[in-house]
Design a protein around this ligand. Structure first.
Ligand code: NAI
Length: 210
């Protein structure tokens, strides 16, 4: 099967496989059976086999999975063997926290620019990058081969800003603003709502499911 035809449900599970395989690889483990991976990840072995069958299986009867190979294949499928330049729009608490988080770079996500509309923040330095006025976004995207914009602004400005980013040919938006952006289909949008996780925790607490 072509990587493009993998279902979104499978794609959504790949980052977790990737993390576990990365940890196994870092601990020097060369191969693992679907049963052992199943125990480790608390996912059924048949789910693992089904997921990996979507892109060729990777496993060998009686041998299991080659950890390094599987790790690299999942990285390739997720596009992690390419660098993705990104900008952050909104240099408040959340934008600054993301800008200061170094680990994205290890995965190939490179913060290239940070933008805000508050003049008090212009020039503020975050890991060597100076906050710029939003008016510079268009030029900056053109000149710096930016794939992804991270939206960390309040929801009232988010739709307009997203539309501007689309006009600048951005490929993807990582949207933290609490609003649906309704952009053309060719723009990938990943909405993040941390409070959804908290609400799930709340459900578990009140239902005694800890
Ligand atoms: P903040 O108030 O510290 O930062 C927002 C920044 O955006 C400010 O620096 C402001 O000047 C700037 N800004 C506002 N409108 C703008 C525009 N049109 N263009 C460029 N910059 C603009 O807020 P914080 O805590 O950083 O949160 C940012 C947003 O993310 C909030 O709307 C909040 O609701 C949301 N949020 C979402 C979370 C999630 O899980 N999705 C978690 C936390 C916050």
């Amino acid at each position: 099967m072509d990587d493009k035809n993998i279902s979104q449900a499978v794609v959504a599970r790949l980052p977790r496989y990737y993390r576990y395989l990365g940890d196994l690889r870092d601990s020097g483990i060369e191969r693992i059976s679907s049963q052992d991976l199943s125990k480790l990840m608390k996912v059924t072995a048949s789910q693992i086999r089904q997921d990996f069958n979507n892109f060729g299986g990777f496993g060998q009867q009686g041998y299991g999975y080659n950890v390094e190979y599987l790790y690299n294949e999942i990285a390739r499928i997720l596009g992690l063997n390419e660098k993705h330049n990104l900008i952050i729009v909104g240099a408040g608490n959340l934008g600054q926290a993301l800008a200061n988080y170094m680990n994205f770079e290890r995965r190939g996500f490179i913060v290239k620019g940070i933008f805000d509309n508050d003049p008090d923040l212009y020039g503020k330095e975050l890991r060597g990058i100076h906050v710029q006025p939003v008016e510079n976004i268009e030029q900056f995207i053109k000149e710096n081969d930016i794939d992804i914009a991270v939206l960390t602004i309040p929801k009232n400005g988010a739709v307009k800003t997203a539309e501007l980013l689309v006009r600048c040919n951005i490929k993807a938006i990582w949207n933290f603003a609490h609003v649906d952006l309704n952009l053309p289909d060719h723009i990938a949008v990943e909405n993040v709502h941390l409070s959804d996780s908290l609400m799930k925790l709340s459900y578990s607490i009140v239902n005694g499911n800890r």
